[in-house]
Design a protein around this ligand. Structure first.
Ligand code: FMN
Length: 274
C-alpha cells in the first residue's frame, strides 16, 4: 500500500500523548518516505472543522485514557468530525499506569465506524496527570524504544498490505463496558465530578497560560481564578502553570490520587498489537 502522508492526530492537555504519537508518526514518515502532518485537537478552536482523509493517508491517533475510556466530552468530536474514506489508522491509548481498560478498543471501533481501517494498535503508559510521582518521567527512553519497534512493525505491515485489512484485534471488552469508577483510599467509589482547580493568588502572576491551555476554554479570560465552564480534570492548568499557582483541594479527588499513588506504582509496560 502506497502511503503519501502520515498524520499525527491527538488530544494531549499535558503533552505526553503528543510525545508518543509524534514519535511514531515521525518515524513512519521516514520509513515510508511520506510527508508527516499534525492535527492537534486539544484546544476548542480546532474542534469545529470536519476532517477528511484518503486512501493514501496513514493516521496515528492518540487519546489519553480518562476513566478507562476516551475522554467523554471529546468523544462526540471524534465520532462526528472525521471522515476516513478508507485511510489506514493506528489507535493508541495513553494511560497513567493504572489501566487503559476499554479506551483502545473504543478508539478502534470509532475509527472503523468513521471509515478508517485500523492496522495496528497500542497502549502506552505515561505520567499520570493527577500526580507528580505516578509514572513520573514517562514516556522514557525504554518507552520511546518500544515506540520505534512499534513503528517498524507498522511500516512492515503497510508495505505488505495490498487489500483492505480486517480491524486490528486489541485488548478490551467489546462493546466497551462502563467507565471506570474512581476509588478512594478506603477502596470505596468516590465522586469528584464537580471539583474545579483553585488558584493561589500569592503565586499567580496572571500570565494567562492556564486560560490558553484549557481544552474546554473554561477559564475566564478576565479572571483566571474563575472557572466558568466545564472542568474535565485534565490538569493542564495545574501542570502548565509556571508558578504552581493552580491546585485541586477536593477531598474525594485527593483520596483517589493517593489511592493511585499507593496501589499503581508498579511499572506497566507498553502493549502493542500488530
Ligand atoms: C480525568 C482523568 C482520568 C484519568 N483516568 C485514567 C485511567 O482510567 N487509567 C489510567 O491509567 N490513567 C488515567 N488517567 C491518566 C491519563 O491517562 C494520563 O495522565 C495521560 O497520559 C495524560 O495524557 P496527556 O499528557 O497527553 O494529557 C486519567 C487522567 C485524567 C486527567
Amino acid at each position: 500500500m502506497k502511503i503519501d502522508r502520515v498524520w499525527a492526530v491527538y488530544f494531549s492537555p499535558n503533552g505526553n500523548t503528543e510525545k508518543i504519537i509524534v514519535a511514531v508518526a515521525d518515524s513512519l514518515g521516514k520509513k515510508l518516505d511520506a510527508e508527516v502532518k499534525r492535527l492537534d485537537y486539544t484546544l476548542p478552536s480546532v474542534r469545529n472543522e470536519i476532517n477528511s482523509f484518503s486512501k493514501s493517508d496513514l493516521v496515528i491517533w492518540g487519546t489519553p485514557v480518562y476513566a478507562g475510556r476516551i475522554p467523554n466530552k471529546i468523544l462526540p468530536y471524534i465520532q462526528n468530525n472525521f471522515i476516513g474514506n478508507d485511510a489506514m489508522a493506528v489507535p493508541i491509548a495513553v494511560f497513567g499506569n493504572r489501566s487503559y481498560d476499554d479506551a483502545l478498543i473504543e478508539l478502534r471501533n470509532v475509527l472503523e465506524s468513521n471509515g478508517f481501517h485500523t492496522i495496528a494498535g497500542a497502549g502506552f503508559a505515561a505520567k499520570h496527570a493527577f500526580s507528580k510521582v505516578l509514572s513520573a518521567g514517562r514516556p522514557d527512553k525504554d518507552d520511546m524504544d518500544k515506540a520505534e519497534v512499534f513503528s517498524k512493525g507498522i511500516a512492515d505491515k503497510v508495505n505488505m498490505l495490498n487489500d483492505i485489512p480486517k480491524p486490528i484485534s486489541v485488548k478490551g471488552n467489546n462493546p466497551p463496558t462502563e467507565y471506570y469508577k474512581p476509588k478512594g483510599l478506603d477502596g470505596k467509589p468516590t465522586v469528584f465530578l464537580k471539583a474545579k482547580p483553585k488558584t493561589d493568588h500569592e503565586k499567580c502572576n496572571k500570565c494567562g497560560i492556564c486560560i490558553s491551555s484549557c481544552p474546554m476554554g473554561s477559564i475566564n479570560i478576565e479572571d483566571s481564578s474563575e472557572v466558568t465552564g466545564i472542568c474535565i480534570k485534565c490538569h493542564a492548568c495545574v501542570n502548565k502553570c509556571p508558578n504552581n499557582a493552580k491546585y485541586f483541594d477536593d477531598e474525594a479527588f485527593l483520596s483517589h490520587k493517593m489511592m493511585l499513588e499507593r496501589d499503581f506504582m508498579q511499572r506497566k509496560e507498553p502493549e502493542i498489537f500488530l
